[in-house]
Design a protein around this ligand. Structure first.
Ligand code: ADP
Ligand code: ZN
Length: 430
């Protein structure tokens, strides 16, 4: 089950040595860029002054805003050596841009191939990539990785649900890459076409790109009759293929030979111990064109450093709880959207989609949760629906510690996206 066995099974000690060596190389390379050249000089850091991996803490963090305004100044090579750029989806503001050399693209493809191989994808598989092709890294990133592995790769792109189902049938697709919220929405199209996804030869799904609960994974696995693996990545660190679940499905292995991970308390900026949620900070260890040092991702998760039964020693990330800037603050309570997801998706009557609205009503703020109900339950009597509404409200209340207003709506009635789901709309005046 190993694509690059030697690297994937390095002992903690050997990994540490490799990381230090690569960190020094990366710092030397980054210093060639105007941005990091200045920064490293000011911090008084050069490759030789890094005696241990922990010495990285002498280098200041790189923030998303710095990346937004300085990405060209972070290049270590002339533009003639750059062959591609990607941009983040811009979920939380202006998109960040990353430039890749040919070597960067190749190393990235290898990491994705390694991830796919780990979960059992083989050259015999037919892989349908239902992600946006374009500036978003989920499309081309997986595409190159699956081709590198040698699977027949169908560049289906995002959306166009009927066509997706046809392609799945026509080419006997065995593996898909799909945004989890879209995987649920696509079930409506299967139902409309009277096709049961479990009758297809599908056996693997890769789901990521947005926070989602374990309940959503289970729903996808059951409805499609396959194994679904979490994949995590961010365009600032190439894109997909930063951390990936193995067959154990017990957290996502970070490819620590390529990315140096720090987990920090976002307030104090001190390292967080294993099991404690903090902000993920990444340093590229192999990128050539545009290595980032200590990039603050704003993503929140914890890590587990115990060895995994799969034989890999790299640390495993918990599911992403959300981003520091996703947190809803309502009536003084802090809430992550994924908490709402977890509660709703555990309830069998709840359909594929929901929407959270934050509104100012008089002097107070109100959370309105619109929940799609499965067709068969929506036709039930009013007393049943009233009871269901109360059950959902109570379940949310005990998780969130405030009482939202729950509205039940018909299935397929809330806005859908082909890309990352928009689950929260804030109408409050800022
Ligand atoms: P944007 O930050 O604009 O959405 P990207 O397209 O680069 O830009 O997406 C990367 C982000 O998507 C990550 O920083 C993270 O917030 C989210 N993400 C990616 N994979 C996962 C995953 N498996 N679980 C939760 N969130 C994820
Ligand atoms: Zn493992």
């Amino acid at each position: 089950m190993f694509w690059q066995k030697e690297i994937e099974t390095l002992t903690a000690d050997d990994l540490n040595k490799l990381q230090l060596e690569r960190l020094r190389q990366t710092v030397a390379r980054a210093a060639l860029s105007p941005f990091y050249g200045d920064r490293l000089r000011q911090a008084g850091v050069n490759p030789d002054s890094l005696q241990t991996v922990a010495d990285i803490r002498r280098i200041p963090f790189t923030t998303k805003d710095e990346l937004r305004t300085n990405s060209r100044q972070m290049l270590t090579v002339p533009l003639s050596d750059i062959i591609r750029l990607h941009a983040s989806s811009g979920t939380t503001g202006q998109a960040t841009v990353i430039y890749y050399t040919r070597t960067d693209i190749e190393l990235w493809a290898d990491l994705v191939a390694r991830s796919l191989y780990m979960t059992g994808m083989r050259p015999e598989d037919v892989f349908q990539n239902m992600m946006g092709y374009g500036l978003f890294t989920g499309g081309l990133g997986f595409h190159y990785g699956a081709e590198r592995l040698g699977a027949l790769t169908i560049p289906a792109g995002a959306g166009n649900s009927k066509r997706q189902v046809q392609l799945l049938q026509q080419f006997e697709t065995t593996a898909i890459h799909i945004i989890p919220s879209y995987a649920l929405v696509l079930l409506n199209t299967f139902a409309a076409l009277n096709v049961d996804p479990r009758d297809l030869p599908l056996r693997l799904a890769y789901i990521g790109a947005e926070p989602y609960s374990e309940a959503i994974r289970r729903r996808i696995e059951e409805a499609y009759g396959l194994k679904a693996y979490n994949c995590y990545g961010l365009s600032e660190m190439n894109g997909p293929g930063v951390a990936f679940e193995c067959l154990e499905q017990n957290g996502s292995h970070v490819w620590e030979d390529s990315f140096l991970l720090e987990v920090i308390d976002p307030e104090t900026l001190e390292p967080a111990p294993p099991g404690v949620v903090g902000e993920l900070v990444f340093t590229n260890l192999t990128r050539q064109g545009m290595p980032l040092l200590r990039y603050r991702s704003r993503d929140l998760a914890s890590y587990d450093d115990r060895p995994c039964p799969c034989g890999r020693n790299s640390r495993r990330l918990s599911r992403i709880q959300g981003r520091t800037d996703d947190m809803i603050i309502l009536k003084g309570v802090n809430i992550f959207p994924v908490q709402i997801d977890r509660v709703l998706m555990e309830l069998p009557e709840v359909g594929s989609n929901y929407l959270v609205e934050l509104r100012q009503e008089g002097a107070t703020d109100q959370m309105i949760v619109k929940v799609e109900i499965k067709q068969e339950y929506f036709q039930e009597e009013l007393t049943f629906l009233k009871g269901l509404q109360k059950r959902i409200t109570d379940a949310l209340k005990s998780e969130l510690l405030l009482t939202p207003r729950v509205e039940l709506v018909e299935h397929n009635s809330l806005p859908q996206t082909e890309g990352k789901a928009v689950r929260v709309v804030d109408y409050r005046q800022k």
